[in-house]
Design a protein around this ligand. Structure first.
Ligand SMILES: CC(C)(COP(=O)(O)OP(=O)(O)OC[C@H]1O[C@@H](n2cnc3c(N)ncnc32)[C@H](O)[C@@H]1OP(=O)(O)O)[C@@H](O)C(=O)NCCC(=O)NCCS
Length: 164
């Protein structure tokens, strides 16, 4: 069973490997090009500077997943709504790390006075939709063909959970 903890700078290399594999092989990230150590470090530092968590799932000393959130949109009216991202390494999926990361993210968001947690998910990402459904998120909207990757249009499904 993975433990969930705050990431440190030493985890950035592992986070980058997991992220770049998802960029290259999935529509979970809508980036087309792999990230770099510099960009990943800047992302990590920006999240920490805002006081938002960057969590990792660790098993037997290896980072097998990560998750984080930021304000849903950068306007003051959204200060109580967070949008998260979550990634589990390909060979570590379906072992409960995603579920554990989301549970801790929701707890952290609640502690930071977030009211709603939002997930933006590519409509064909059945694993993520099922994970979020199981974690108590409900689908609230679909934006057809707002993304493009791998030479096809992507629909974006929004799911949200009230933290109350
Ligand atoms: C989506 C993702 C984070 C799930 O993480 P995970 O560690 O594999 O998920 P868990 O093992 O905690 O699964 C929890 C529940 O989610 C659902 N689920 C997870 N993967 C699933 C799959 N491939 N098919 C159907 N349901 C799935 C199941 O209900 C599962 O519970 P169960 O195993 O008891 O049936 C992982 O597949 C991933 O990193 N995918 C690539 C990146 C991505 O899509 N990120 C989300 C972007 S919105």
């Amino acid at each position: 069973m993975a433990i969930i903890r705050d990431a440190t700078e030493r985890d950035i290399a592992s986070i980058l490997v997991i992220l770049n594999d998802a960029i290259e092989t999935t529509t979970a990230s809508w980036d087309h090009e792999k990230s770099t150590p510099e960009r990943c470090t800047a992302w990590y530092e920006a999240r920490r500077a805002k006081g938002f968590p960057v969590l990792v799932a660790e098993e037997e000393g290896n980072v097998i997943g990560f998750a984080s959130f930021d304000i849903f949109r950068p306007f003051q009216g959204f200060l109580h709504t967070a949008e998260h991202s979550i990634y589990v390494a390909r060979d570590a999926r379906r072992q409960g790390a995603g579920r554990a990361l989301i549970a801790e993210l929701a707890a952290r968001a609640r502690a930071l006075d977030m009211h709603v947690l939002v997930a933006g998910i590519e409509a064909n990402n059945a694993a993520s939709i099922a994970l979020h459904q199981q974690a108590g998120f409900e689908a609230v909207g679909r934006l057809p063909q707002v993304g493009r990757k791998f030479n096809r249009w992507l629909d974006l499904v929004f799911m949200q959970k009230a933290l109350g």
